[in-house]
Design a protein around this ligand. Structure first.
Ligand SMILES: [Ca+2]
Ligand SMILES: [Ca+2]
Ligand SMILES: [Ca+2]
Length: 263
């Protein structure tokens, strides 16, 4: 009986692990100046007027019930002339598909990509009502550089050796947090209501863009994890193991058995 309980518990652990999805961007679709650097994707070099993007090569299904949690690590290094222009996390279903690449400079490589939702990490003041802070994180729709909402990440995006960002969508609200210590802050940096499926439609490519302009930096994505909620496809368990449902049923049966033994 004790062994059966342990089996049930281990199946529950497997089920939790099954939802974590590390995305290897080095096998994604790289566009423009993006290149693979070891296990990282370098979106731009520290050269003027570069733009690069990387997207998942296959699209994910999106519906009105889609929820997801994403996190990634990024760096912006060797800045010159004040450091520019920044990088962006982009969810898009534009006609270019995984080959999408937007404008350089203040466009951060996402400018003009339609049917898109973007979280920008923007470190150059291009002016305008929501770009008046040099150092800001923003949420943008349809490749429009005017953000719906912006916030100051507090640390300096011009020269960040390693930062982590978390982007969560609960079906209604898109929330963003970022830090330089790898620990998710207790309070999100910014959030806004987004109707994802009405913006992108039934499919979306997930990925990143960055650009330089007159001023420059190296923009790099080191690690990317994406997990869907309601649309997750369970990974197959090793042969011979019952499905997750079997483990849950076993737990339930054990619970009833223990109750019946006690009575
Ligand atoms: Ca700057
Ligand atoms: Ca800017
Ligand atoms: Ca901006």
């Amino acid at each position: 009986m004790k062994n059966a309980f342990i089996l049930g518990a281990s199946l529950l652990c497997l089920s939790t692990g099954a939802f974590a999805a590390s995305i290897d961007l080095t096998t994604g679709t790289l566009n423009g100046n993006a290149s693979v650097s070891g296990t990282d994707v370098e979106l731009t070099e520290a050269i003027q007027s570069q733009r690069g993007s990387v997207f998942t090569s296959t699209a994910s299904s999106i519906s009105s019930t889609t929820t997801f949690s994403a996190n990634f690590t990024y760096s912006i290094s060797t800045p010159s002339g004040g450091g520019a222009d920044g990088l962006a996390f982009v969810i898009q279903n534009s006609s270019a598909g995984s080959g999408a690449l937007g404008s350089a400079g203040g466009g951060l490589g996402y400018g003009g990509i339609d049917q898109s939702v973007t979280v920008e990490f923007d470190n150059w003041n291009n002016g305008g009502i929501d770009d008046n802070l040099e150092n800001h994180v923003g949420i943008n729709v349809d490749g429009n550089l005017d953000s719906i909402v912006t916030a100051d990440p507090v640390f300096d995006l011009d020269n960040v050796s390693m930062a982590t960002a978390w982007v969560d969508y609960d079906g209604t609200t898109l929330s963003v947090a970022t830090s330089t210590d790898g620990i998710r802050p207790m309070v999100d940096l910014l959030s806004t209501n987004i109707d994802l499926s009405s913006i992108v439609g039934s499919l979306a490519f997930f990925g990143f863009t960055a650009a330089t302009g007159g001023e420059i930096a190296v923009h790099t994505i080191h690690d990317f994890n994406l997990e869907f909620g309601s649309t997750v496809t369970p990974i197959p368990l090793p042969a011979g193991l019952p499905l997750l449902g079997g483990g849950l049923l076993l737990m339930g049966w054990l619970g009833r058995k223990q109750r019946s033994l006690a009575s």
